[in-house]
Design a protein around this ligand. Sequence first.
Ligand SMILES: NC(=O)c1ccc[n+]([C@@H]2O[C@H](COP(=O)([O-])OP(=O)(O)OC[C@H]3O[C@@H](n4cnc5c(N)ncnc54)[C@H](O)[C@@H]3O)[C@@H](O)[C@H]2O)c1
Length: 262
Amino acid sequence: MNPSNPANFQGKHALVLGVANERSIAWSIAKTLAGAGATVTLTYQGERIRAKVEELASSLPNGKALPCDVQDDQQMDELFEELRNDPDRKTIDALVHSVAFALKEELEGRFVLTSRKGFLLAHEISVYSLIALARRAETLMPHGASILTLSYLGAERAIPNYNVMGVAKAALEASVRYLAADLGPHRIRINAISAGPINTLAARGIRGFTEMLQYVREKAPLKRNVTQQEVADTALFLLSPLAGGITGEVLHVDAGFNIQGM
Ligand SMILES: NC(=O)c1ccc[n+]([C@@H]2O[C@H](COP(=O)([O-])OP(=O)(O)OC[C@H]3O[C@@H](n4cnc5c(N)ncnc54)[C@H](O)[C@@H]3O)[C@@H](O)[C@H]2O)c1
């Protein structure tokens, strides 16, 4: 990439949470950031996906994978301590939060049946984690650093079966605005991408997901679904100085689906 291009990440470090496999939106973002010159650190949640995420990290120049379950404060502390002590990673120029979880039984049927346990779990993993990570990352972030999270239209509209995750995404988008207000004076930006449906591990947990993809293909202005790469390209823009004047924003990358009335 041309060194004078504002989206050049040469000499910059990006921390990317939320890679589970090659289909993960976070993986497309990680590859795109690496392609723009960034040193990338991936994290993995638990031993189950460790080998896969380590393999993906090793395919990136100077890539590294570290453990981080966002439900575990100690693991989060250890992650940032490890980064602080690594000369290539001691500053974080870009942080990508691409993490969400809800119990399978909460992603089908009636929203009114949401359990207390399911509500709290979805919010802890999918929303509180952004705040917990931003607080830790802030100390390693230079002026001009940027944070990005992933949301979905279910934050704004009642989408069948999305249920508690829609409420969590609404809280996530509100958290983006509050964090933007807090971090702005430190010249740190934070934004969200509201992505259209994409076939990933997490998405397949939502009942009727295939029909969602089909519905968007039929109704969206662009008459198709979006790709991981289109989300990643927008991520690169939002994380780069090209978006230097944008913070607290939720940008739809959804083939225009959200603008449709009838
Ligand atoms: N796929 C879609 O249609 C779509 C659309 C809009 C938004 N999103 C959002 O994009 C983000 C990424 O999802 P994806 O679709 O790439 O699926 P994915 O399954 O590939 O990614 C979800 C990630 O969350 C991680 N995770 C879950 N619990 C965790 C925990 N306790 N600690 C650390 N990590 C944990 C998983 O390990 C996984 O890597 C999510 O926030 C999702 O809601 C997805």
